[in-house]
Design a protein around this ligand. Structure first.
Ligand SMILES: C[S@@+](CC[C@H](N)C(=O)[O-])C[C@H]1O[C@@H](n2cnc3c(N)ncnc32)[C@H](O)[C@@H]1O
Length: 409
Protein backbone atom coordinates (compact mmCIF):
# COMPACT_ATOMS: atom_id res chain seq x y z
CA UNK A 1 0.00 0.00 0.00
CA UNK A 2 1.35 3.41 -0.92
CA UNK A 3 1.62 6.01 1.79
CA UNK A 4 -1.22 8.49 1.94
CA UNK A 5 1.13 11.47 1.57
CA UNK A 6 0.18 14.97 2.63
CA UNK A 7 -3.49 15.78 2.25
CA UNK A 8 -4.51 17.61 -0.87
CA UNK A 9 -5.43 21.22 -0.01
CA UNK A 10 -9.08 20.60 -0.89
CA UNK A 11 -9.39 18.12 1.96
CA UNK A 12 -8.73 20.90 4.45
CA UNK A 13 -11.80 22.73 3.25
CA UNK A 14 -15.43 22.03 3.97
CA UNK A 15 -16.77 18.91 2.35
CA UNK A 16 -20.25 19.51 0.96
CA UNK A 17 -22.81 16.88 0.13
CA UNK A 18 -23.49 16.48 -3.58
CA UNK A 19 -27.02 15.60 -4.63
CA UNK A 20 -27.68 14.37 -8.14
CA UNK A 21 -30.89 14.84 -10.12
CA UNK A 22 -32.24 14.56 -13.62
CA UNK A 23 -30.59 17.38 -15.63
CA UNK A 24 -33.04 20.28 -15.78
CA UNK A 25 -34.51 19.55 -12.33
CA UNK A 26 -31.85 21.29 -10.26
CA UNK A 27 -34.31 24.04 -9.23
CA UNK A 28 -36.89 21.72 -7.58
CA UNK A 29 -34.06 19.74 -5.99
CA UNK A 30 -32.63 22.95 -4.52
CA UNK A 31 -36.11 23.86 -3.31
CA UNK A 32 -36.47 20.48 -1.62
CA UNK A 33 -33.10 20.89 0.09
CA UNK A 34 -34.13 24.32 1.31
CA UNK A 35 -37.36 22.92 2.72
CA UNK A 36 -35.54 20.38 4.93
CA UNK A 37 -35.69 21.07 8.63
CA UNK A 38 -33.35 22.83 9.24
CA UNK A 39 -32.92 24.06 5.67
CA UNK A 40 -29.77 22.99 3.85
CA UNK A 41 -27.19 25.64 3.00
CA UNK A 42 -26.66 25.92 -0.74
CA UNK A 43 -23.66 27.34 -2.52
CA UNK A 44 -24.76 29.81 -5.18
CA UNK A 45 -21.28 30.28 -6.64
CA UNK A 46 -17.99 28.38 -6.94
CA UNK A 47 -16.02 28.01 -3.70
CA UNK A 48 -12.23 28.29 -3.84
CA UNK A 49 -12.26 27.41 -7.54
CA UNK A 50 -14.56 24.41 -7.06
CA UNK A 51 -17.80 24.36 -9.06
CA UNK A 52 -20.73 24.04 -6.61
CA UNK A 53 -23.58 23.28 -8.97
CA UNK A 54 -23.95 22.09 -12.51
CA UNK A 55 -26.22 20.24 -14.85
CA UNK A 56 -27.67 17.38 -12.85
CA UNK A 57 -26.10 18.19 -9.48
CA UNK A 58 -26.20 20.56 -6.51
CA UNK A 59 -23.71 21.01 -3.61
CA UNK A 60 -25.02 21.77 -0.13
CA UNK A 61 -24.23 21.36 3.53
CA UNK A 62 -26.09 20.90 6.78
CA UNK A 63 -27.25 24.03 8.52
CA UNK A 64 -26.48 22.75 12.02
CA UNK A 65 -22.80 23.03 12.98
CA UNK A 66 -22.68 19.66 14.65
CA UNK A 67 -24.33 17.71 11.83
CA UNK A 68 -21.69 15.54 10.23
CA UNK A 69 -23.62 13.09 8.13
CA UNK A 70 -26.22 13.58 5.48
CA UNK A 71 -29.23 11.36 5.82
CA UNK A 72 -32.03 10.40 8.13
CA UNK A 73 -34.87 12.39 6.65
CA UNK A 74 -37.48 11.36 4.09
CA UNK A 75 -35.99 10.60 0.65
CA UNK A 76 -36.20 13.58 -1.66
CA UNK A 77 -38.31 13.38 -4.81
CA UNK A 78 -35.74 14.87 -7.17
CA UNK A 79 -32.56 13.45 -5.62
CA UNK A 80 -31.21 10.51 -7.58
CA UNK A 81 -28.13 9.91 -5.54
CA UNK A 82 -26.05 11.59 -2.86
CA UNK A 83 -22.31 11.89 -2.30
CA UNK A 84 -22.06 12.67 1.43
CA UNK A 85 -19.11 14.83 2.53
CA UNK A 86 -17.47 14.90 -0.88
CA UNK A 87 -14.05 16.29 -1.77
CA UNK A 88 -13.25 17.92 -5.08
CA UNK A 89 -10.15 16.98 -7.04
CA UNK A 90 -9.24 19.41 -9.75
CA UNK A 91 -7.55 17.49 -12.53
CA UNK A 92 -8.66 16.78 -16.09
CA UNK A 93 -6.34 13.93 -16.95
CA UNK A 94 -7.84 10.59 -15.94
CA UNK A 95 -4.56 8.81 -15.20
CA UNK A 96 -3.26 11.66 -13.01
CA UNK A 97 -6.64 11.95 -11.30
CA UNK A 98 -6.75 8.23 -10.56
CA UNK A 99 -3.21 8.32 -9.19
CA UNK A 100 -3.92 11.20 -6.82
CA UNK A 101 -7.30 10.12 -5.53
CA UNK A 102 -6.45 6.48 -5.21
CA UNK A 103 -3.36 7.25 -3.14
CA UNK A 104 -5.55 9.23 -0.78
CA UNK A 105 -8.65 7.03 -0.60
CA UNK A 106 -7.31 3.47 -0.61
CA UNK A 107 -5.90 3.62 2.93
CA UNK A 108 -9.26 4.99 4.15
CA UNK A 109 -11.10 2.20 2.37
CA UNK A 110 -8.80 -0.51 3.63
CA UNK A 111 -9.63 0.21 7.29
CA UNK A 112 -13.36 -0.19 6.66
CA UNK A 113 -14.94 -3.63 6.80
CA UNK A 114 -15.70 -5.06 3.33
CA UNK A 115 -17.53 -5.28 1.02
CA UNK A 116 -16.61 -2.23 -1.01
CA UNK A 117 -18.13 -0.88 -4.19
CA UNK A 118 -16.73 1.57 -6.69
CA UNK A 119 -19.20 3.76 -8.60
CA UNK A 120 -17.79 6.03 -11.32
CA UNK A 121 -20.28 8.13 -13.26
CA UNK A 122 -21.03 11.52 -14.74
CA UNK A 123 -23.96 13.63 -13.47
CA UNK A 124 -25.73 13.31 -16.83
CA UNK A 125 -25.92 9.64 -17.83
CA UNK A 126 -27.31 10.66 -21.21
CA UNK A 127 -24.38 13.00 -21.78
CA UNK A 128 -23.05 11.04 -24.74
CA UNK A 129 -20.10 8.89 -25.56
CA UNK A 130 -17.13 11.14 -24.70
CA UNK A 131 -18.34 11.57 -21.11
CA UNK A 132 -19.08 7.88 -20.74
CA UNK A 133 -15.69 6.96 -22.16
CA UNK A 134 -13.90 9.26 -19.70
CA UNK A 135 -15.78 7.72 -16.78
CA UNK A 136 -14.98 4.19 -18.00
CA UNK A 137 -11.32 5.18 -18.36
CA UNK A 138 -11.17 6.67 -14.85
CA UNK A 139 -12.75 3.54 -13.42
CA UNK A 140 -10.23 1.31 -15.22
CA UNK A 141 -7.35 3.49 -13.94
CA UNK A 142 -8.62 3.38 -10.35
CA UNK A 143 -9.20 -0.38 -10.44
CA UNK A 144 -5.72 -0.87 -11.89
CA UNK A 145 -4.17 1.09 -9.04
CA UNK A 146 -6.25 -0.80 -6.48
CA UNK A 147 -5.02 -4.07 -7.99
CA UNK A 148 -1.40 -2.91 -7.74
CA UNK A 149 -1.76 -1.70 -4.18
CA UNK A 150 -3.87 -4.58 -2.87
CA UNK A 151 -3.12 -7.60 -5.06
CA UNK A 152 -4.56 -10.10 -2.60
CA UNK A 153 -7.92 -8.47 -2.19
CA UNK A 154 -8.52 -6.29 -5.21
CA UNK A 155 -11.56 -8.37 -6.15
CA UNK A 156 -13.23 -6.88 -3.08
CA UNK A 157 -13.71 -3.58 -4.96
CA UNK A 158 -16.99 -4.96 -6.26
CA UNK A 159 -18.95 -3.88 -9.30
CA UNK A 160 -22.29 -2.30 -8.33
CA UNK A 161 -24.42 -5.31 -9.15
CA UNK A 162 -22.47 -7.73 -6.97
CA UNK A 163 -22.28 -5.20 -4.16
CA UNK A 164 -26.09 -4.85 -4.13
CA UNK A 165 -26.28 -8.58 -3.60
CA UNK A 166 -24.45 -8.10 -0.29
CA UNK A 167 -27.57 -6.69 1.37
CA UNK A 168 -26.73 -3.00 1.80
CA UNK A 169 -23.64 -3.54 3.99
CA UNK A 170 -20.19 -2.10 3.40
CA UNK A 171 -18.83 1.08 1.87
CA UNK A 172 -19.33 2.77 -1.46
CA UNK A 173 -16.66 4.89 -3.07
CA UNK A 174 -18.31 7.28 -5.51
CA UNK A 175 -16.51 9.30 -8.14
CA UNK A 176 -18.65 11.86 -9.95
CA UNK A 177 -16.72 13.01 -12.99
CA UNK A 178 -17.06 16.60 -14.25
CA UNK A 179 -15.19 18.45 -16.98
CA UNK A 180 -13.15 20.29 -14.29
CA UNK A 181 -12.28 17.33 -12.08
CA UNK A 182 -14.07 14.87 -9.85
CA UNK A 183 -16.16 14.82 -6.67
CA UNK A 184 -15.13 11.87 -4.52
CA UNK A 185 -17.00 10.45 -1.51
CA UNK A 186 -16.47 7.32 0.54
CA UNK A 187 -19.49 6.44 2.66
CA UNK A 188 -21.30 3.62 4.42
CA UNK A 189 -23.85 2.12 2.04
CA UNK A 190 -26.71 2.84 4.45
CA UNK A 191 -26.20 6.59 4.08
CA UNK A 192 -26.99 6.50 0.39
CA UNK A 193 -30.44 6.80 -1.13
CA UNK A 194 -29.39 4.32 -3.83
CA UNK A 195 -26.91 1.54 -4.48
CA UNK A 196 -26.91 2.14 -8.23
CA UNK A 197 -24.07 4.21 -9.71
CA UNK A 198 -25.31 7.79 -9.94
CA UNK A 199 -28.71 6.56 -8.71
CA UNK A 200 -29.53 5.41 -12.21
CA UNK A 201 -31.70 2.28 -12.53
CA UNK A 202 -31.44 1.71 -16.26
CA UNK A 203 -33.94 -1.02 -17.12
CA UNK A 204 -33.72 -3.39 -20.06
CA UNK A 205 -36.40 -3.01 -22.74
CA UNK A 206 -38.46 -6.09 -23.52
CA UNK A 207 -39.06 -6.13 -27.28
CA UNK A 208 -42.58 -7.56 -26.79
CA UNK A 209 -43.63 -4.58 -24.64
CA UNK A 210 -45.79 -2.19 -26.69
CA UNK A 211 -44.35 1.07 -25.28
CA UNK A 212 -41.29 2.53 -23.62
CA UNK A 213 -43.50 3.30 -20.61
CA UNK A 214 -42.76 -0.35 -19.76
CA UNK A 215 -39.32 0.81 -18.53
CA UNK A 216 -40.97 3.15 -15.99
CA UNK A 217 -43.06 0.43 -14.39
CA UNK A 218 -40.15 -1.98 -14.28
CA UNK A 219 -38.03 0.64 -12.53
CA UNK A 220 -40.86 1.53 -10.14
CA UNK A 221 -41.24 -2.12 -9.14
CA UNK A 222 -37.54 -2.32 -8.47
CA UNK A 223 -37.56 0.85 -6.38
CA UNK A 224 -40.62 -0.37 -4.49
CA UNK A 225 -38.86 -3.67 -3.79
CA UNK A 226 -41.95 -5.80 -4.37
CA UNK A 227 -42.73 -7.73 -7.55
CA UNK A 228 -46.28 -8.65 -8.64
CA UNK A 229 -47.14 -12.30 -8.01
CA UNK A 230 -49.13 -14.66 -10.21
CA UNK A 231 -52.92 -14.16 -9.94
CA UNK A 232 -52.64 -10.80 -8.20
CA UNK A 233 -55.23 -8.29 -9.41
CA UNK A 234 -54.07 -5.10 -11.06
CA UNK A 235 -56.11 -2.18 -12.33
CA UNK A 236 -54.24 -0.17 -14.93
CA UNK A 237 -55.78 3.28 -15.53
CA UNK A 238 -54.62 4.96 -18.74
CA UNK A 239 -53.26 1.63 -19.91
CA UNK A 240 -52.88 2.13 -23.67
CA UNK A 241 -50.85 1.10 -25.56
CA UNK A 242 -50.15 -1.40 -22.78
CA UNK A 243 -46.57 -1.36 -21.48
CA UNK A 244 -47.58 -1.42 -17.81
CA UNK A 245 -50.29 -4.03 -18.37
CA UNK A 246 -47.74 -6.14 -20.23
CA UNK A 247 -45.35 -6.03 -17.23
CA UNK A 248 -48.11 -7.40 -14.98
CA UNK A 249 -49.45 -9.89 -17.52
CA UNK A 250 -46.08 -11.45 -18.06
CA UNK A 251 -45.86 -12.04 -14.31
CA UNK A 252 -49.16 -13.90 -14.37
CA UNK A 253 -51.44 -11.18 -12.94
CA UNK A 254 -55.12 -10.57 -13.69
CA UNK A 255 -55.23 -7.14 -15.30
CA UNK A 256 -58.14 -4.77 -15.87
CA UNK A 257 -56.80 -2.22 -18.36
CA UNK A 258 -58.86 0.98 -18.50
CA UNK A 259 -58.38 3.30 -21.46
CA UNK A 260 -60.50 4.56 -24.32
CA UNK A 261 -57.53 4.09 -26.63
CA UNK A 262 -56.50 0.75 -28.15
CA UNK A 263 -54.06 -1.63 -26.54
CA UNK A 264 -51.25 -2.81 -28.77
CA UNK A 265 -50.25 -5.98 -27.00
CA UNK A 266 -49.21 -8.72 -29.37
CA UNK A 267 -50.60 -12.12 -28.45
CA UNK A 268 -51.86 -11.26 -24.94
CA UNK A 269 -53.37 -14.74 -24.70
CA UNK A 270 -49.89 -16.23 -24.81
CA UNK A 271 -48.92 -14.31 -21.65
CA UNK A 272 -49.18 -15.88 -18.23
CA UNK A 273 -51.88 -13.51 -16.92
CA UNK A 274 -55.38 -12.57 -18.03
CA UNK A 275 -56.43 -9.26 -19.54
CA UNK A 276 -59.72 -7.39 -19.73
CA UNK A 277 -59.75 -4.07 -21.57
CA UNK A 278 -62.45 -1.60 -20.48
CA UNK A 279 -62.91 1.44 -22.72
CA UNK A 280 -63.90 3.72 -19.86
CA UNK A 281 -62.86 6.93 -18.18
CA UNK A 282 -60.23 6.01 -15.60
CA UNK A 283 -61.24 8.93 -13.40
CA UNK A 284 -64.80 7.66 -13.03
CA UNK A 285 -63.87 4.00 -12.90
CA UNK A 286 -64.74 2.06 -9.76
CA UNK A 287 -63.21 -1.36 -9.19
CA UNK A 288 -65.61 -4.30 -9.31
CA UNK A 289 -66.61 -5.13 -5.71
CA UNK A 290 -65.40 -8.71 -6.07
CA UNK A 291 -61.92 -7.32 -6.67
CA UNK A 292 -61.75 -5.17 -3.53
CA UNK A 293 -59.19 -4.46 -2.32
CA UNK A 294 -57.20 -4.86 -5.56
CA UNK A 295 -53.56 -5.83 -5.18
CA UNK A 296 -52.30 -3.04 -7.44
CA UNK A 297 -53.60 0.31 -8.60
CA UNK A 298 -51.58 1.53 -11.57
CA UNK A 299 -52.12 4.88 -13.24
CA UNK A 300 -50.18 6.55 -16.00
CA UNK A 301 -53.03 8.79 -17.21
CA UNK A 302 -52.12 12.11 -18.80
CA UNK A 303 -53.90 14.23 -16.22
CA UNK A 304 -52.87 17.34 -14.24
CA UNK A 305 -51.41 16.78 -10.74
CA UNK A 306 -54.51 18.23 -9.06
CA UNK A 307 -56.70 15.68 -10.82
CA UNK A 308 -54.27 12.92 -9.92
CA UNK A 309 -54.51 14.07 -6.29
CA UNK A 310 -58.29 13.61 -6.43
CA UNK A 311 -57.83 10.12 -7.86
CA UNK A 312 -55.37 9.14 -5.13
CA UNK A 313 -57.63 10.57 -2.45
CA UNK A 314 -60.58 8.55 -3.72
CA UNK A 315 -58.64 5.28 -3.92
CA UNK A 316 -56.94 5.77 -0.56
CA UNK A 317 -60.02 6.83 1.35
CA UNK A 318 -61.92 3.89 -0.14
CA UNK A 319 -59.05 1.54 0.74
CA UNK A 320 -59.56 0.16 -2.77
CA UNK A 321 -55.96 -0.98 -3.33
CA UNK A 322 -53.24 -2.63 -1.25
CA UNK A 323 -50.52 -0.84 -3.16
CA UNK A 324 -50.24 1.72 -5.90
CA UNK A 325 -47.87 2.98 -8.53
CA UNK A 326 -49.14 6.27 -9.91
CA UNK A 327 -47.27 8.44 -12.34
CA UNK A 328 -47.78 12.18 -11.77
CA UNK A 329 -47.22 14.47 -14.75
CA UNK A 330 -45.47 17.67 -13.66
CA UNK A 331 -46.51 21.19 -14.66
CA UNK A 332 -43.96 23.35 -16.48
CA UNK A 333 -43.65 25.65 -13.47
CA UNK A 334 -43.16 24.90 -9.80
CA UNK A 335 -43.33 21.11 -9.88
CA UNK A 336 -42.67 20.85 -6.16
CA UNK A 337 -45.63 23.09 -5.32
CA UNK A 338 -47.83 20.74 -7.34
CA UNK A 339 -46.57 17.74 -5.34
CA UNK A 340 -46.98 19.17 -1.85
CA UNK A 341 -50.72 18.35 -1.55
CA UNK A 342 -50.00 14.77 -2.63
CA UNK A 343 -47.31 14.47 0.03
CA UNK A 344 -49.72 15.93 2.60
CA UNK A 345 -52.37 13.40 1.59
CA UNK A 346 -49.94 10.49 2.05
CA UNK A 347 -48.74 11.86 5.40
CA UNK A 348 -52.32 11.81 6.60
CA UNK A 349 -53.02 8.14 5.80
CA UNK A 350 -52.25 6.04 8.90
CA UNK A 351 -49.78 3.23 8.26
CA UNK A 352 -49.21 4.05 4.60
CA UNK A 353 -45.65 3.38 3.42
CA UNK A 354 -45.06 5.70 0.54
CA UNK A 355 -42.49 7.34 -1.61
CA UNK A 356 -42.52 9.86 -4.45
CA UNK A 357 -39.53 9.80 -6.71
CA UNK A 358 -38.44 10.98 -10.08
CA UNK A 359 -37.28 7.73 -11.63
CA UNK A 360 -34.50 7.52 -14.17
CA UNK A 361 -37.06 6.59 -16.85
CA UNK A 362 -39.43 9.40 -15.79
CA UNK A 363 -39.27 12.53 -17.90
CA UNK A 364 -41.32 15.58 -16.83
CA UNK A 365 -43.08 13.37 -14.31
CA UNK A 366 -42.56 11.59 -11.00
CA UNK A 367 -43.81 8.29 -9.64
CA UNK A 368 -45.76 7.90 -6.42
CA UNK A 369 -45.62 4.44 -4.86
CA UNK A 370 -47.22 3.16 -1.71
CA UNK A 371 -48.47 0.21 0.24
CA UNK A 372 -51.12 -0.04 2.95
CA UNK A 373 -50.59 -2.49 5.80
CA UNK A 374 -53.06 -5.39 6.01
CA UNK A 375 -54.75 -3.96 9.13
CA UNK A 376 -55.58 -0.74 7.29
CA UNK A 377 -57.47 -2.78 4.69
CA UNK A 378 -59.73 -4.66 7.10
CA UNK A 379 -63.32 -4.18 6.02
CA UNK A 380 -65.31 -1.75 8.07
CA UNK A 381 -69.10 -1.47 8.22
CA UNK A 382 -69.12 1.97 6.70
CA UNK A 383 -66.09 1.90 4.46
CA UNK A 384 -66.28 1.14 0.75
CA UNK A 385 -64.26 -2.01 1.39
CA UNK A 386 -67.18 -3.59 3.23
CA UNK A 387 -68.46 -6.44 1.12
CA UNK A 388 -71.76 -5.54 -0.55
CA UNK A 389 -74.87 -7.57 0.23
CA UNK A 390 -75.46 -10.68 -1.96
CA UNK A 391 -78.11 -9.05 -4.20
CA UNK A 392 -75.91 -6.04 -4.76
CA UNK A 393 -72.93 -8.32 -5.38
CA UNK A 394 -74.84 -10.15 -8.09
CA UNK A 395 -75.89 -6.88 -9.74
CA UNK A 396 -72.32 -5.55 -9.74
CA UNK A 397 -70.99 -8.86 -11.11
CA UNK A 398 -73.44 -8.65 -13.97
CA UNK A 399 -72.39 -5.03 -14.50
CA UNK A 400 -68.73 -6.05 -14.77
CA UNK A 401 -69.53 -8.88 -17.19
CA UNK A 402 -71.49 -6.45 -19.37
CA UNK A 403 -68.69 -3.90 -19.22
CA UNK A 404 -66.17 -6.58 -20.21
CA UNK A 405 -68.31 -7.62 -23.14
CA UNK A 406 -68.63 -3.97 -24.22
CA UNK A 407 -64.99 -3.10 -23.82
CA UNK A 408 -63.05 -6.25 -24.86
CA UNK A 409 -60.64 -5.38 -27.64
C1 LIG B 1 -48.70 7.85 -21.19
S1 LIG B 1 -50.04 6.97 -21.86
C2 LIG B 1 -49.98 5.50 -20.89
C3 LIG B 1 -48.93 4.54 -21.32
C4 LIG B 1 -49.11 3.20 -20.69
N1 LIG B 1 -48.89 3.24 -19.25
C5 LIG B 1 -48.21 2.15 -21.28
O1 LIG B 1 -47.49 1.51 -20.50
O2 LIG B 1 -48.22 1.93 -22.49
C6 LIG B 1 -51.39 7.80 -21.19
C7 LIG B 1 -52.73 7.15 -21.48
O3 LIG B 1 -53.67 7.73 -20.60
C8 LIG B 1 -54.91 7.68 -21.21
N2 LIG B 1 -55.82 8.55 -20.51
C9 LIG B 1 -55.75 9.88 -20.30
N3 LIG B 1 -56.80 10.31 -19.57
C10 LIG B 1 -57.54 9.21 -19.31
C11 LIG B 1 -58.76 9.00 -18.63
N4 LIG B 1 -59.40 9.99 -18.02
N5 LIG B 1 -59.23 7.73 -18.56
C12 LIG B 1 -58.59 6.72 -19.14
N6 LIG B 1 -57.43 6.87 -19.82
C13 LIG B 1 -56.93 8.10 -19.92
C14 LIG B 1 -54.60 8.06 -22.66
O4 LIG B 1 -55.63 7.57 -23.52
C15 LIG B 1 -53.27 7.37 -22.89
O5 LIG B 1 -53.46 6.14 -23.53
Amino acid sequence: MESAGPPHPCLEEKTPHISLCRPGFEAPLREELLSRAPPAVLFPSPQGGRPMQGEGWVAWEEAADDATEAGGDRPLVFERQRLPAATFWEERDCAALAERITRRVLPQLAVRPPPYALHVFTPDPTGGKPQGTRAARLEAEVRGRWAQAQPASHAALLPAERFRGEGGRGSVWQLCLLAEGVWSALSPAELLPELYPGGVHRMRMDHRAPSRAYLKIEEALEVLGRQPRPRERAIDLGAAPGGWSYAFLKRGCRVLAVDRGPLKLTGPDALAGTLTHLREDGLRFRPPPGWLPVDWLLSDMLIPPGVCLGLLRKWLSGRWARRFIVNIKLPQREPLVALRPVQALFEGVPGLHWRIRQLYHDRREVTAMGELPAEALRPTKRGPVARPRPAERKRKKQGLAAARARGRS
